[in-house]
Design a binder for this molecule. Structure first.
Ligand SMILES: Cc1cc2nc3c(=O)[nH]c(=O)nc-3n(C[C@H](O)[C@H](O)[C@H](O)COP(=O)(O)OP(=O)(O)OC[C@H]3O[C@@H](n4cnc5c(N)ncnc54)[C@H](O)[C@@H]3O)c2cc1C
Length: 250
């Protein structure tokens, strides 16, 4: 049985045309400690009273454990006819919803001895990497390189773009690679290079190499499968390709 607790909405803002950023605080006064990359589940009932839950990756930039009163952040992509989507669209500031977690193993592994991380995400699948930024900064301080590939159709659909741009400007070992399938632009910013195409198209340039690279793939299941197959072709073994697929858990 999940331990379910209430969270109260304190902020909501659009990130992209159909994606919202939400910030909640636990209203029972307890802390919500989590490891960057983990997700929570939101519990609600369908119109006929059937209990349901949906998963959301935490986006909070996590420098330390979350103390009581600190924001629990995540991004929700609205899907047409979506039951949880309707719940979020109708939320007002100070409304409470039910939550459990955190869950999941899509986290950085202290035992890795790789030289480079390839972090790949599309849509809200980029949010775990926002949460990992302080951990990544510490790793880069030890000489590890990080390449973040964010896939979207257009620049306005990129999520947390400002956070990743400023992180790239401050950290020479962090390369930010937005990949736009429907827009061909270039932006003059330190350690940032835009690509016209899918995230997979950048892999040939990066030349993933066994022993050197550990990859994380998150978001759209088709993208995760395509990148997984491509990385296997480059010789990476399954244990060094970590995956989180955003499938609907009805
Ligand atoms: C581990 C994990 C982490 C996740 N993290 C996030 C996250 O951080 N942010 C986020 O927005 N979602 C995330 N998801 C997906 C999320 O849990 C829901 O599945 C999603 O919000 C849709 O729920 P819904 O109730 O609105 O739609 P539903 O009522 O479940 O579905 C309505 C219709 O939309 C279709 N549909 C469902 N999902 C999608 C989709 N992604 N794209 C297109 N059509 C879809 C369904 O097939 C159905 O036809 C995650 C899923 C998993 C398993």
């Amino acid at each position: 049985m999940d331990s379910v607790f209430p969270i109260r909405l304190v902020d909501a803002k659009p990130l992209a045309p159909t994606v919202f950023h939400y910030a909640f605080v636990r209203s029972d006064g307890n802390a919500l400690d989590f490891i960057p990359g983990q997700f929570i589940q939101i519990h609600f009932d369908y119109a006929d009273g059937t209990p349901a839950k949906r998963s959301y990756s935490l986006a909070t930039i996590r420098e330390h454990s979350l103390e009581p009163g600190e924001a629990v952040e995540f991004a929700v992509s609205f899907v047409e006819g979506g039951r949880a989507t309707a719940l979020f669209q109708n939320l007002q500031i100070n409304d409470e919803i039910r939550c459990s977690g955190p869950y999941g193993k899509f986290v950085l592994n202290e035992r890795d001895t790789n030289e480079r991380y390839l972090l790949i995400g599309t849509g809200t699948g980029i949010t775990p990497y926002r949460s990992m930024l302080p951990q990544l900064e510490a790793l880069m301080g030890r000489g590890i390189e990080v390449v973040l590939l964010q896939g979207a159709r257009t620049r306005e659909e990129l999520l947390y773009d400002d956070d990743f741009m400023s992180f790239a400007a401050a950290n020479p070992n962090f390369k930010y690679r937005p990949c736009l399938s429907r827009e061909d632009i270039s932006v003059d910013a330190p350690n940032v290079k835009f690509t016209h195409g899918y995230v997979q198209s950048v892999l040939a340039e990066l030349v993933p190499t066994p022993g050197q690279d550990v990859a994380y793939l998150c978001g759209n299941p088709n993208m995760v499968d395509a990148c997984f197959a491509a990385l296997k072709e480059y010789g990476l073994s399954t244990q060094f390709i970590r995956r989180e697929k955003y499938v609907s858990n009805v």
